[in-house]
Design a protein around this ligand. Structure first.
Ligand code: 5GP
Length: 281
């Protein structure tokens, strides 16, 4: 009996320690769609993908059921493919349905938008019909500041306020073009037109030497993806514009990328978090 008790104590003690460790995981940052936790080793973080969705500088809020699971998987797929063609990224490995291990970076406070086709704020700002093919790819920069509504900025502002050096901006523009070339081809192969997308970059240090790597995520949250034949929107614009079938659009992108084997659509989006929520716990 005494032995059994000792065993139980040891067993439950370990379990308790594990639970407390998990509960004690330090949250570093909570954004609109993701949470960052301290990682298991110095220089690493855990990126958790939420189902929460916001638009128009968080004036519109909602949830897209299963989005976090799909974005985690889609972003893993894209970042792994980009690493394979030599684009350095913060992605280390996927940990589970909603989390991935990433390298900690100093975020460059700039959103880099790459556009191939007129849409969204470009169409609105310059009065160009949505869907107009641009004669050349455009790279735009926005200052990452929610309170200011992420205002558009020029290279001059970046240099003037020291957000990144000229050399770093050259690396960022080169990488943005490489990512665009690669993603345009990748999506075209599965019948999707890459209209535009947003990238974020970070700085990592090797001693005194800093280099730029791709950070954040690449998913239908930050890309405009249209079906090549029908021009149907397969991205967050379905949420922004109340077009309906939002979850289905994200699933369709994952399915075409081969990330949801036929017949497994349901189980692929079922995870512990949504299961618990469904059961009201
Ligand atoms: P626009 O400037 O037309 O609103 O957005 C251009 C592209 O960048 C779109 O693909 C859009 O999804 C993405 N984008 C711009 N700002 C943000 C942002 O703050 N969050 C996300 N998720 N995507 C953004």
């Amino acid at each position: 009996m005494g032995r059994r008790l000792a065993y139980s104590r040891r067993f439950f003690g370990q379990r308790l320690e594990q639970t407390t460790l998990m509960a004690r995981r330090r949250q570093i940052y909570e954004g609109k769609a993701k949470i960052l936790y301290e990682g298991p080793e110095p220089g690493t973080l855990i990126q958790y993908f939420k189902d929460d969705a916001t638009a128009f500088n968080a004036q519109k809020r909602g949830t897209i059921s299963g989005k976090g699971v799909l974005n985690n998987r889609i972003s893993e797929h894209i970042f792994t493919a980009l690493a394979a063609i030599g684009v350095p990224t913060h992605f280390i490995r996927r940990l589970n349905m909603r989390e991935q291990l990433i390298r900690q970076v100093e975020i460059i406070p700039i959103e880099v938008v790459v556009r191939n086709v007129a849409a969204g704020s470009l169409s609105k700002r310059l009065g160009i019909d949505e869907g107009t093919q641009l004669p050349r790819t455009i790279i735009e920069y926005y200052y990452k500041d929610d309170a200011l509504g992420d205002p558009m900025i020029a290279d001059e502002h970046i240099a003037c306020f020291g957000w990144a050096s000229q050399e770093e901006m050259n690396d960022i523009a080169d990488m943005a073009i490489r990512v665009n070339d690669f993603l345009s081809g990748m999506f075209a192969a599965i019948g999707i037109r890459l209209i535009d997308f947003k990238l974020e970059f970070g700085r990592v240090w090797d001693g005194d030497y800093a280099r730029i790597i791709l950070a954040d995520e690449i998913s239908p949250d930050g890309c405009r993806l249209w079906d090549i034949k029908s021009n149907e929107k397969l991205d967050k614009d379905r949420f922004r514009q109340d077009l309906g079938k939002v979850e289905e659009a994200y699933q369709e992108v994952a399915r075409r990328l081969g990330l949801m084997p036929e017949g497994e659509e349901e189980s692929a989006v079922l995870d512990f978090d949504s299961h618990r929520k469904k059961r009201g716990r």
